[in-house]
Ligand binder design. Structure first.
Ligand SMILES: Cc1cc2nc3c(=O)[nH]c(=O)nc-3n(C[C@H](O)[C@H](O)[C@H](O)COP(=O)(O)OP(=O)(O)OC[C@H]3O[C@@H](n4cnc5c(N)ncnc54)[C@H](O)[C@@H]3O)c2cc1C
Length: 456
């Protein structure tokens, strides 16, 4: 970047903080949910309005600085080491038109705020498992959550975006206006512009029948194998997952689970409790539970199904999609990361997809993974000394063992590090990649919104 003076110019044009690495508050401004990833862009701009975004983008274009965005930092997998980082957390406006069932969601709004505002209106948003994730960043990647089988990808509910494009224009993308860009933003993730606001359709649902069951170590194999068979004919309205959890001996963990390796069954049914109870019964009957929290749950409490961490910390996650699973898959999974193996993993989760995730929106959308049947997520012990060699080696061993079941295509929110060329390549089908690239080139010919692998 040329001079300190140019930053002074930007400061005069925007309301939010404009920080260089030597400024106080810089580290906090750029910090990500994953504390193991430390961003060091040349400049961070904490935008407070669409006008701030326009000025930041124009400044970056003039100064040849690549532009990236961060809301909550849940997507931080590799460090940003150059350019201009736009932090959007101050774009926190949220309003709901209850009659139209549309939420207007600012770029910095986390899902929990949308759910909390929608619930008293008898409405909810189709979200992921965690309320602390940002609504916009998540939806741009598609989004798989506890209601995926009954309701599909979250991006299927996006009804429009407002974004600032590479030339500093404010553009609307929806089914009627800039429909190609709208197609891309529903699952194509990045490289199109800075989204300032998203319109998102809500569904009429204030509570569901949902929760978690924890089975002790001796039951893991039997429950996993039975769940695999059960899932082959599961009701389309039920979304479940199973996770082998190696839980630390921490006070924050409920006493009966502390220090144990357990199988956690996650269950969600968006309908009446009696029917939910009937649908959950075969799974509950698989083995005695240590804890069973399945019951009527307000939709704003969706985070209690998966119990993902809500506080930032170092994290190592990898994953992808699976075409199908069967008993041979179970055998390989147990032989590599099952309870008898000494592996530094805290979560190995398989989520059931299909039903609505297999059906695209009528006008089409970019999201990858509609043909997959299941997801796989692997979370390492949060010790950064394991992140560069030990955990990748464990994950590689697992990947080799379950190779026959891995879907040729993944979905970007589950792909892990999007700056990794191979993961990026597999996040969309080749023809979708081609269309996304064409759309990116038409809106951002100079590649200002650096997205994807450096060589890509
Ligand atoms: C604890 C945890 C739980 C998760 N659970 C799920 C889940 O259940 N289902 C699922 O599908 N995914 C899940 N994810 C993955 C998550 O959806 C992605 O990491 C997503 O990118 C996070 O979005 P964010 O805005 O919160 O993160 P950020 O790191 O702030 O943003 C991630 C990316 O989104 C894009 N982006 C963000 N804001 C903008 C903007 N205003 N304009 C343009 N692009 C933008 C950028 O490419 C940015 O790099 C989870 C992640 C974590 C850490």
């Amino acid at each position: 970047m040329s001079t300190q003076l140019s930053l002074e110019n930007l400061r005069a044009l925007v309301t939010g903080p404009v920080l260089s690495p030597s400024d106080g508050g810089f580290a906090e401004e750029v910090s990500a949910f994953n504390r193991a990833v430390v961003h060091t862009p040349d400049v961070a701009v904490g935008v407070t309005s669409e006008a701030d975004v326009v000025e930041a983008v124009r400044f970056a274009a003039v100064n040849g600085l690549p532009v990236r965005m961060q809301a909550t930092g849940h997507g931080a997998e590799s460090a940003i080491t150059d350019g201009l980082l736009i932090t959007t957390r101050r774009l926190d406006a949220l309003s709901i038109d209850a009659a139209a069932r549309i939420a207007r969601i600012g770029a910095g709004v986390p899902w929990s705020a949308v759910l909390t505002a929608a619930e008293p209106l008898g409405l909810t948003a189709i979200t992921g498992a965690s309320g602390t994730v940002g609504a916009v960043g998540y939806t741009l990647g598609g989004g798989v959550g506890p209601l995926s089988r009954s309701h599909g990808f979250s991006s299927d509910y996006a009804r429009g975006f407002t974004l600032v494009t590479a030339d500093g224009s404010v553009v609307t993308a929806n089914a009627e206006e800039n429909s190609d860009l709208f197609w891309a933003l529903r699952g194509g993730k990045g490289g199109f512009g800075v989204v300032t606001e998203m319109l998102f359709e809500l569904v009429p649902l204030a509570e569901f029948y949902a929760g978690s069951v924890f089975f002790d170590t001796p039951h893991i194999e039997a429950v996993l194998r039975s769940w695999i068979d059960w899932s082959a004919t599961a009701d389309d309205q039920v979304t479940t997952s199973v996770a082998i959890l190696r839980l630390p001996d921490f006070d924050a963990i409920p006493e009966p689970l502390r220090g144990r390796t357990v199988l956690n069954l996650r269950f969600a049914y968006p309908g009446a409790a009696a029917e939910g109870e009937r649908l959950a019964a075969p799974l509950r009957g698989l083995a005695p539970a240590i804890i069973d929290t399945i019951g009527v749950l307000p939709t704003s409490k969706v985070g209690l199904i998966h119990n993902d961490p809500t506080e930032p910390g170092p994290g190592w996650v990898t994953g992808g999609l699976l075409s199908a699973v069967d008993q041979d898959f179970a055998g390989e999974l147990l032989a590599t990361v099952g309870p008898e193996q000494q592996v530094p993993l805290i979560v190995v989760e398989v989520r059931h997809l299909g039903a609505r995730t297999a059906i695209d929106v009528p006008e089409g959308s970019a999201v990858g993974g509609r043909e997959a049947g299941y997801t796989l997520t692997v979370v390492g012990v949060p010790n950064p000394s394991l992140f560069t060699e030990v955990l990748p080696a464990v994950a590689a061993q697992l990947t080799t063992a379950i190779a026959p079941w891995i879907s040729p295509q993944t979905t970007i929110n589950f792909a892990g590090d999007g700056s990794d060329a191979e993961r990026y390549r597999r996040a969309w089908a080749p023809e979708v990649h081609e269309r996304l690239d064409t759309i990116r080139r038409s809106w951002d010919p100079a590649g200002l919104f650096a997205y994807g692998p450096a060589a890509g």
